[in-house]
Design a binder for this molecule. Structure first.
Ligand SMILES: CC(C)(COP(=O)(O)OP(=O)(O)OC[C@H]1O[C@@H](n2cnc3c(N)ncnc32)[C@H](O)[C@@H]1OP(=O)(O)O)[C@@H](O)C(=O)NCCC(=O)NCCS
Length: 178
């Protein structure tokens, strides 16, 4: 490619599946690639997957899953976003931004008014930069042995359509977190 031409923008594709081997291809075979093992939480697999390949290697992933939730006293649904991962060799180049944007475009057609994700506190500024907002209310999630537990990670939300304000009140996910 001539030096004065910028590289081709990576393409986000919908993945037919996303296995542990796919995750390992992005993040390596680490025990705790997301840094959340200390929470001891059990997580749901995602159902819809988007990714980016570079030289046939999977280098980015974002997963989606529709989830029932009670906010205040209103039962509704959110699109849970999880498994956000970019290979260490290509971080800082906008791949998370690109893949999340493509996933949210799909999420906007799934029905719920908001997307929701959980992240470690150091990632809050990154998601804020992508237009997400941290929730300051308590968030309860289900766990196999404990009925409900308070989510120790930060909860971030973003609207999936215009004028979709997040309702007030405690949030209770009626499922495991994603
Ligand atoms: C978190 C992770 C997905 C980020 O991927 P990435 O491709 O490097 O992120 P991007 O390059 O798309 O950056 C997204 C935006 O956040 C910004 N950003 C990055 N780190 C930031 C920080 N610490 N504070 C504020 N903004 C930050 C970037 O500048 C970029 O904004 P811009 O496009 O306006 O410049 C990647 O580091 C990763 O896979 N980590 C391990 C797995 C993990 O923890 N996943 C998160 C699960 S919630």
């Amino acid at each position: 490619m001539p030096e004065n031409r910028s590289p081709v923008t990576p393409t986000v594709v919908r993945l037919p599946q996303y296995t542990k081997a796919d995750q390992d291809e992005i993040l390596g075979d680490s025990d705790d690639p997301f840094g959340v093992a200390s929470t001891g939480l059990k997580w749901l697999p995602k159902e819809v997957h988007f990714g980016v390949r570079h030289d046939r290697r999977l280098v980015a992933h974002v997963g989606l899953l529709r989830l029932p939730v009670v906010i205040g006293d209103v039962r509704t649904e959110v699109v849970g976003v999880g498994g956000v991962a970019v290979a260490s060799t290509v971080r800082g180049r906008g791949l998370a931004r690109l893949t999340i944007a493509a996933a949210l475009e799909h999420a906007a057609a799934m029905g719920p008014r908001h997307a929701l994700l959980f992240c470690r506190p150091p990632l809050v500024p990154l998601y804020q930069r992508l237009g997400w907002h941290p929730l300051d209310t308590q968030v309860l999630v289900e766990q196999p042995e404990a009925d409900v537990v308070a989510m120790p990670l930060r909860t971030m939300v973003t609207p999936l359509r215009e004028a979709a304000d997040w309702p007030p009140g405690t949030v209770r996910l009626l499922s495991l977190p994603m």
